[in-house]
Write a protein that binds this ligand. Structure first.
Ligand SMILES: Nc1ncnc2c1ncn2[C@@H]1O[C@H](COP(=O)(O)OP(=O)(O)O)[C@@H](O)[C@H]1O
Ligand SMILES: [Mg+2]
Length: 710
């Protein structure tokens, strides 16, 4: 065992940390090897501690030099000479093991700790090859995202299956390089030649068009078959490609959008939507009727179980009649709905039961004559009514069974089936409201805000890209194809979807696929952004869940500025729809091959659930102490010292850690060119150019005032 590699000895050991005293004769801390010069005692460089046949790999985390007095006898006099004592703290992070057959390999974690006075070696070329896994570089799963800033020859690779397979986070202050890193990672994948890769970027700042579009001479990006990207934009009231039919929303989406108040408003909205969707499908119509009858039955339950001594009970029968008479009228009108699906028997039984109950609730002679009609429900009547209710419910259980086991499923509130929004507001919702208001007179005064929001949705031009759409064939399929890049133009011949023009503008010849879909959400107001992001995320998740061959179509969702729509704490008046959806994707997506890459400058404001599901991290400079602290709490493992460097990282530098690498390490991310468009306005350039453009004030003001007709 050669010892000329020895640079020092351990003098203190604290679990995984060791204090190393550097040898006095280590005159130079720079070693040269055929790869070039590298420093052996600088932060983040590696050293080796030989322990038996194993070699413990440690990373330098602190350096120190102290003058130590040393007495020497010279010329018969005692002299005190200051002698520098150089020490460094190292963190042991892994082991190079020697396995006879497989050769040497690096493993994360320490199995045997060194003793005191253990020699410490600088890491040789060989060691570095093993640590950086030079051999594994040929593994197609590994792609290069950058280089080691210390060992400039060493490329840093990440395991793509792990990086995407178990969600990843790219964090750091504004301007630290997150968007460039997202671009570098995607480009590294595409350059590997993966024509079936699918990325959907939720681009909140309109940065990525530039990053994925070749500029000037360097049109390689445009030419390369692997850089096909589609931009779907929404410039507020002039959508270009990003057109999202409202009927793709489910009940919860509509709820988040219209924010009906507690109590009666939400059920009213839900029922109206179910009715609107189910129009034309008899099965759904029956289910809607059954649902309404069940609600009345529940109300009847409450009345009969009310204590007979309660104040209200002297009006018990009257209350029953208030429920039952409208029910009888309603059933009468809905009879054909039942016969259409062969459930006349159910209707007969329900109707008979209702009539029987009405008879029980009839006014007595005395009550009619008295000026203070007291009509309590006797125990006998309560008993009979309870029985009728139970028998109707039993009928419904059977009917539900018959309806639901049938192959073609009934249309419910969540079925993404078209309904016309104008008709919905003017007729269906109005009718439902009318009916409900008959039972609950106060309802009208509650639903004012809900009606206002419905009205706004259909009139506000900002929502036109959702609510002003005519139905068209294959709407959902066509939309999914566009989003996921699966022959997007397949149905253009039969039925031109509203985004067909935007697609054809970018691809005059329809493509089989595109790998990157850029959703430019930069012009959407924050509430719309949240709801649209939630809807798109959910549609992708549900599509993936419905693919019979689980995980056979992997897709990556990139969430830029994720804290904006996946916050840990949202304002109280907001539905947290986007957060709910993306948390669900974080928890369940990987089973179905749906992966998240979240980029954020405020990890502490980002949903904890989402961040906790991320298993790989690329972290740029983070200065905010809260964010650093937060990050510490999320990251487990022994390499916390590395996190101390976060405030000092330069632009484009990052620490990559987690599942995608074998050990956490610093990386200088590959330079990307073209770059994503930076957020930062350039003051000097614009201010000093006499020909700089000025904004069209009138146009903006007119539009603002709602006076411009498009
Ligand atoms: N990998 C990189 N390649 C090229 N330029 C980079 C890279 N990383 C950072 N930069 C520089 O830093 C600037 C900010 O990077 P950006 O990714 O927009 O930061 P963030 O998204 O964190 O706000 C870029 O405009 C570019 O000048
Ligand atoms: Mg950015």
């Amino acid at each position: 065992m050669s010892t000329d590699r020895t640079i020092g000895r351990t003098v203190k050991i604290k679990t995984y940390q060791a204090l190393v005293e550097l040898a006095q004769d280590t005159s130079s801390y720079v070693k040269s090897s055929y790869g070039g010069l590298y420093a052996i005692a600088v932060i983040n460089s590696f050293v080796i501690l030989p322990v038996g046949s194993e070699r413990v790999v440690a990373i330098v985390t602190a350096l120190d030099m102290a003058e130590e007095p040393e007495a020497a006898l010279r010329n018969q006099q005692m002299l005190v000479i200051a002698r520098p004592r150089r020490t460094m703290w190292v963190s042991m992070i892994g082991t190079i093991t020697q396995d006879g057959r497989e050769g040497k390999h690096f493993e994360y974690g320490v199995r045997r700790y060194p003793e005191l006075d253990n020699p410490v070696w600088f890491a040789s070329e060989d060691d570095l090859d093993i640590i950086f896994d030079k051999k594994g570089r040929s593994d197609p799963r590994h792609v290069t995202i950058g280089k080691s800033p210390i060992f400039t020859d060493y490329e840093v690779t990440i395991d793509i299956d792990r990086f995407f397979g178990k969600h990843a986070a790219i964090l750091g202050n504004t301007g630290a390089g997150k968007s460039c890193t997202v671009t570098a990672v995607i480009k590294a994948v595409l350059e590997r030649g993966m024509p079936n890769a699918h990325f959907i970027i939720f681009d909140t700042n309109n940065e990525y068009e530039q990053a994925f579009t070749g500029t000037g001479d360097d049109s390689s990006a445009r030419r390369s078959p692997f850089f096909d990207r589609l931009i779907l934009r929404n410039n507020g009231d002039i959508p270009k490609g990003l057109i999202v039919p409202h009927w793709f929303m489910n009940g919860l989406d509509y709820q988040a959008f219209f924010r009906p108040g507690e109590g009666a408003q939400a059920p009213l909205l839900f029922r109206a939507i179910s009715v609107a969707r189910g129009k034309g499908q008899p099965k759904s119509a029956v289910l809607n009727v059954i649902h309404r009858v069940e609600e009345t039955l529940a109300a009847i339950d409450t009345i009969v179980t009310e204590s007979p001594r309660s104040k209200a009970s002297f009006k018990g029968k009257e209350q029953l009649r208030e429920q039952l008479s409208p029910l009888a009228a309603f059933l009468d009108q809905e009879k054909p709905v039942f016969s259409a699906v062969g459930l006349t028997g159910t209707w007969e039984a329900t109707n008979t039961g209702t009539m029987n109950m009405l008879k029980e609730a009839e006014q007595t002679e005395e009550a009619r004559r008295s000026s203070y009609p007291s009509e309590p429900i006797t125990a006998l009547i309560a008993d009979r009514i309870t029985r009728e209710v139970a028998s109707i419910r039993a009928q419904f259980v059977q009917a539900n069974h018959a309806l639901l086991t049938d192959s073609d499923a009934p249309i419910g509130i969540d079925t993404p089936r078209h309904f016309d929004f104008n008709e919905f507001v003017d007729f269906i919702f109005a009718e439902e409201l009318q009916r409900e208001a008959g039972r609950d007179a106060k309802l009208r005064s509650y639903v004012g805000t809900l009606q206002l929001r419905l009205e706004q949705a259909r009139q506000d031009p900002r929502y036109a890209f959702m609510f002003h759409l005519k139905p068209f064939q294959h709407a959902l399929a066509s939309f999914l194809r566009l989003l996921l890049g699966i022959e997007p133009a397949k149905h253009f011949g039969e039925a031109r979807p509203p985004w067909a023009a935007a697609y054809s503008e970018q691809y005059s010849e329809p493509k089989r696929t595109h790998q990157v879909t850029i959703l430019d959400l930069s012009q959407l107001s924050s509430d719309v952004l949240e709801n649209v992001a939630a809807l798109l995320g959910r549609l992708v998740l549900e599509f993936m869940q419905r693919i019979p061959d689980r995980g056979s179509f992997p897709v990556v969702l990139v969430l830029e500025e994720a804290h904006r729509y996946v916050p840990e704490n949202a304002p109280l008046d907001r539905q947290q729809r986007a957060r709910d959806v993306f948390e669900k994707i974080a928890k369940e997506g990987r089973k179905f091959g749906l992966s998240l890459v979240v980029a954020s400058q405020r990890p502490s404001e980002l949903s904890r659930t989402v961040l906790a599901q991320c298993n790989s991290f690329i972290v740029h400079r983070i200065q905010n102490p809260d964010d650093q602290q937060y990050f510490r709490s999320v990251i487990s493992g022994i390499n916390r010292e590395l996190l101390d460097q976060l405030p000092a990282l330069a632009q484009q530098q990052a620490i990559v850690m987690g599942d995608c690498v074998r050990l956490p390490l610093q990386v200088r991310i590959n330079t990307v060119d073209p770059r994503p468009r930076s957020d930062d306005p350039e003051f000097v350039g614009i201010w000093s150019n006499p020909h700089s453009a000025v904004p069209d004030v009138e146009r903006i003001a007119l539009k603002w005032e709602g006076k411009e007709s498009e």
